[in-house]
Design a protein around this ligand. Structure first.
Ligand code: ATP
Ligand code: MG
Length: 157
């Protein structure tokens, strides 16, 4: 069923607002009003919640997290929805970036111990993105911040 991204993402942002407020993290959403995607709502929610909760967890107090959605046409003319989750957090070292989508992989036990995760979040996200025939990538600078980009086809075959 088509999902209206502005209202769907709006409710996800509302879910995250309390956690973000506790850390005084500004949570922004930038989503075109008229955009729909053919996707499984539960899976899409899990993708966004995982990326947003990582962004909030790995960003220091007073930082910023943004969820940005755009529409684009790829080289073959396929309509895509591009979702970017950007934070001003601790960043991910270049050497670890290729491995963060592996099950149980966590960058550094010392820094992630306090967040108490399992290291499964991103492996699940990648799996769910692939179920939608999409792609996920990361762009991160240590001490500056991180952007995860998810590209999903707007329509399923
Ligand atoms: P879980 O999500 O299972 O509770 P987790 O957050 O540690 O645990 P993943 O979500 O798979 O596991 O992330 C893997 C690792 O990638 C994290 O431990 C963290 O070191 C790093 N990471 C993920 N997202 C970010 C981010 N936005 N900023 C900095 N580091 C990140
Ligand atoms: Mg996580």
């Amino acid at each position: 069923a088509p999902v209206h991204l502005a209202s769907f993402c709006g409710s996800i942002i509302d879910t995250m607002a309390t956690v973000a407020e506790k850390k005084r993290i500004a949570l922004h959403a930038d989503i075109p009003e008229e955009l729909f995607i053919e996707a499984d709502e539960d899976k899409l929610r899990q993708i966004l919640l995982n990326l947003l909760s990582n962004a909030v967890s790995y960003t220091q107090d007073g930082g910023k997290v943004e969820l940005k959605v755009r529409e684009l046409q790829d080289a073959e003319g396929t309509e895509k929805v591009v979702i970017k989750v950007t934070d001003t957090g601790i960043g991910i070292p270049k050497k670890d970036q290729p491995r963060i989508f592996e099950r149980f992989y966590r960058v550094d036990k010392a820094r992630s111990r306090s967040s108490g995760g399992t290291g499964l979040g991103l492996s699940i996200v990648k799996h769910l993105v692939e179920l939608h025939h999409g792609d996920i990538s990361v762009d991160s600078e240590l001490g500056i911040g991180t952007t995860f980009t998810v590209e999903l086809p707007m329509l399923q075959e």
